[in-house]
Design a protein around this ligand. Structure first.
Ligand code: SF4
Ligand code: SF4
Length: 193
């Protein structure tokens, strides 16, 4: 997205945005348009906002004319996922992006825009100003996951009668807690970190 540089937030480095506008022109979602419509009928506010705001490109080729590098990058990434079906991929653009890549509804832009890229693994366009930041965030998370795993291994080695010494907790419960903490990162390969 293209947040204005002057509105830096302490917890999110918006100033990193180069205002190239490509992320506002190459939006995708894991859901098909029909699924989004159904989700909207079933009360999903996020799906409603998405449908209301973004417009579909008529085809992938049409999207490629506007954001070729990002379309290829997204397709390449999706292509590595099991069950990938290119016929289910739709690219969208935002009609509120101005010609100089400013957000036309900046003060009222939806939450998904305020947070973008809200995930260190979000597929941002090549050369996006957040590339380095995303890399740092990924490394931080990997380090935390490794620390948790090391802590568990040490606790397993030290456990006596199934209890973690010095803690009022069983080693089985500790395994569950660690697994739960790691679970959000599983889809990004946390089991191998
Ligand atoms: S792709 Fe990155 S640098 Fe370009 S507008 Fe979006 S967030 Fe900013
Ligand atoms: S609402 Fe603004 S920030 Fe969000 S996609 Fe549209 S132009 Fe980009």
């Amino acid at each position: 997205m293209n947040p204005e540089k002057e509105t830096q937030q302490q917890d999110f480095p918006q100033y990193l945005c180069k205002m190239c506008g490509r992320c506002c022109k190459s939006i995708t979602t894991e859901h098909t348009y029909e699924e989004l419509q159904e989700m909207t009928i079933n009360g999903s506010e996020a799906a409603r906002v998405f449908i209301d705001l973004f417009k579909q490109y008529s085809s992938i080729e049409e999207a490629r004319k506007h954001v070729p590098d990002q379309v290829d990058q997204v397709l390449n990434e999706l292509g590595q996922q099991e069950g990938f079906d290119i016929n289910k991929v739709t690219f969208y653009y935002c009609p509120y992006l101005s010609e100089d890549n400013r957000c036309g509804i900046y003060e009222n832009r939806p939450e998904c825009c305020k947070r973008a890229p809200n995930n260190p693994w979000s597929c941002m366009p090549p050369g996006c100003g957040f590339e380095g930041w995303q890399f740092e965030q990924r490394e931080k998370i990997k380090k935390e996951v490794r620390k948790l795993k090391e802590y568990l291994i040490a606790a397993e080695a030290a456990a006596e009668d199934g209890i973690v010494p010095g803690k009022d907790i069983s080693i089985d419960d500790l395994r569950k807690i660690v697994a739960q903490k790691i679970s959000p990162w599983k889809k990004y390969g946390a089991e191998l970190w």
